[in-house]
Design a protein around this ligand. Structure first.
Ligand code: MLT
Length: 218
């Protein structure tokens, strides 16, 4: 039986007949989701990647999340920091267990927020990130170097949960730290549209055609 490595999770290896390799994807669901939620989306966006999908450990009225919040958009920062380091430890263990390279995160909403937190607090854990409807999870005092780390932010112009200024603030913060940030603006709200999926697929394919000079794996 597969070890849980500290998180209930699912792991789907890269298809055996894949002609080219692609970075493994770390799938991070939104509030109320679970480890199965984003498997279909992950496969759609990255047909030849291995998929690693943990379930958030915090329960809010029975709904799994990756960290606690005090209200909509108001985060419990102490819990966020702790949960970010905990998730990073899971990622390191899973990489060893499955022989994976560094992972590219694909996170939606609460999952995008913890992915952004991993970028900001756990340098070297992720090879990059696709952040679907993220906010600024935390603004650490001490910046570190995210040079060349590819990040796609997919934001919704009509998002009632994440105002457009918030997505811009995150893009600006990550750029200040050296990340290579692209932003896709969807005409929609917090839910994803076909345009978001297409933008993510295209961004990933473009990145694979010309891989950036990533900082070396720790
Ligand atoms: C969060 O709590 O991470 C964000 O408000 C998004 C959400 O999960 O609703």
């Amino acid at each position: 039986m597969a070890r849980d490595l500290g998180f209930i999770h699912r792991f789907v290896p890269a298809p055996r007949d894949a002609e080219r390799s692609a970075p493994p994807l770390l799938l991070l669901h939104g509030t109320g989701g679970n480890e199965s939620d984003l498997l279909g989306l992950g496969r759609e966006i990255a047909p030849v990647s291995a998929l690693l999908s943990p379930r958030g450990k915090v329960l809010e009225n029975g709904m799994p999340r990756f960290f606690r919040r005090l209200a909509e958009g108001v985060f419990d920062l102490e819990d966020l920091v702790l949960r970010t380091h905990e998730l990073a430890a899971f990622i390191r263990a899973a990489r060893e267990e499955h022989g994976l390279e560094r992972l590219m995160a694909l996170g939606f909403s609460n999952g995008a927020n913890i992915a952004a937190s991993l970028l900001l607090l756990e340098p070297g854990t992720l090879a990059g990130a696709i952040l679907l409807r993220p906010m600024v999870p935390i603004e650490p005092d001490a910046p570190h170097d995210l040079a060349g780390t590819p990040v796609l932010i997919a934001a919704g112009r009509q998002d009632p949960i994440v105002p457009p200024g918030e997505s811009e603030r995150l893009a600006e913060l990550l750029r200040r730290w050296g990340a290579d940030v692209s932003v896709h603006w969807s005409p929609g709200g917090h839910g994803l549209g076909e345009d978001d999926i297409e933008a993510a697929r295209e961004w990933l394919t473009r990145g694979l055609a010309s891989p950036p000079d990533l900082p070396s794996s720790p």
